[in-house]
Design a protein around this ligand. Structure first.
Ligand SMILES: C[S@@+](CC[C@H](N)C(=O)[O-])C[C@H]1O[C@@H](n2cnc3c(N)ncnc32)[C@H](O)[C@@H]1O
Length: 351
């Protein structure tokens, strides 16, 4: 059975540079516009803070902040609503030994009605206490898992349940997009929600998009929800295509999505030359290996969004002829000093 996450509720917000965050928070709080019990979100990569506010107030908030000398822009996002402003670790104080509490990670992932934390191996014994604390601050959570490893070609997490029901299937909502998945059968990373949304904003109506290594299809779903574009979402995990098919039924899409259960190599061999206006290549450890074949199937002036892993700097291999690198951005810090970078590449043609 599916369970829709309350945490997936879209909330109005204002986005300010980190430098202005405290001043903006104080100002919005004193004006009564700030949403109580919802934590602001810091994007450590782009150094902006998203502040949740009461609905229908984003224009007013932006105007008032501007009068106070704070530049901002309206946004919508999903925020964690905590019970009376408490964090899950507050419920562990005095329950876990101090040195254990210190090593419990402060953050966890919230996917639909499921929470996933990465407990150090020797703390798994404290799992049920930690799980219960998480459930206390997120009442819609029905199961809490600790993640052990990420395995194989499908990048599926090995999980161990530490609290709650035996549920692994859920519906996660990001930016109003419903995404059906099973956390034990497919790859899904909710911290990429902004990237899914950001790419979809660039897509025009009537584009034909190739979403390679699509997983359960968040890029395609974001795109097809608001554009009458056609997306081919290719993944070799059959469960990814099955859950994408379910999500297509759950969302009121403007565009079309064709889930393709195939290895990317086979699909690219068969795809017609210059057929796609845009391609997304999301296999960060190996994306560059596919660039030549992707260029063949993307049309002139077409765009490629390619994700790759790097340290403080991204060292890219030499790019092939007929390609212009438009942008390199840090998308996510996935380990200390290790980042996923997003590259935007254009296919140039001589005439
Ligand atoms: C990093 S995940 C991509 C996630 C997805 N784009 C998202 O944003 O949620 C990589 C995906 O590539 C798939 N995969 C890995 N190797 C593949 C291959 N050779 N052909 C097709 N899919 C592959 C895995 O099953 C996995 O779903």
């Amino acid at each position: 059975m599916f369970e829709i996450s309350e945490a997936g509720r879209l909330t109005e917000c204002v986005e300010v540079e980190k430098f202005y965050a405290e001043k903006a928070l104080n100002m919005l709080r004193s004006l009564g516009i700030l949403l109580p019990n919802a934590a602001a979100k810091i994007d450590r990569v782009s150094e902006v803070v998203r502040i949740p506010i009461h609905s229908s107030f984003s224009k007013t908030a932006v105007d008032l902040l501007k009068n106070g000398g704070i530049p901002s822009k309206p946004c919508v996002d999903v925020f964690k609503v905590s019970s009376r402003g408490m964090k899950f670790t507050d419920f562990l104080r005095g329950v876990l030994p101090g040195d254990v509490l210190e090593r419990v990670p402060r953050s966890y992932q919230h996917i639909g009605c499921i929470a996933i934390i990465h407990l150090p191996e020797d703390l798994v014994g404290y799992g049920s206490v930690v799980g219960e604390a998480i459930a206390r601050v997120s009442p819609n959570v029905r199961a809490v898992y600790t993640s052990l490893t990420t395995e194989g070609e499908f990048r599926v997490r090995k999980l161990r349940k530490i609290w709650g029901e035996d549920v692994t299937e859920t519906i996660h909502v990001e930016y109003g997009v419903k995404i059906a998945l099973d956390v034990e059968k497919v790859y899904f990373n909710p911290t990429l929600s902004y990237e899914h949304w950001r790419v979809s904003e660039e897509v025009g109506d009537s584009e034909v998009v190739l979403d390679l290594f699509s997983g359960v299809g968040p890029y395609s779903l974001h795109i097809a929800l608001k554009r009458s574009a056609t997306c081919f979402a290719v993944d070799s995990n059959p469960w990814a295509s099955i859950y994408l098919a379910k999500s297509i039924g759950l969302n009121k899409l403007k565009g079309r999505i064709v889930p393709v259960f195939s290895r990317v190599e086979d699909f690219l061999d068969l795809a017609e030359e210059n057929y796609f206006n845009r391609a997304i290549v999301d296999l960060p450890h190996r994306s560059f290996e596919y660039l030549d074949s992707v260029l063949r199937v993307v049309s002139c002036r077409g765009t490629i969004h390619l994700y790759s892993i790097g340290g403080e700097e991204l060292h890219t291999p030499r790019l092939p002829e007929g390609v212009k690198l438009l942008e390199v951005r840090r998308v996510l810090e996935y380990a200390p000093h290790k980042y996923i970078y997003g590259l935007k590449i254009s296919k140039t043609c001589s005439q």
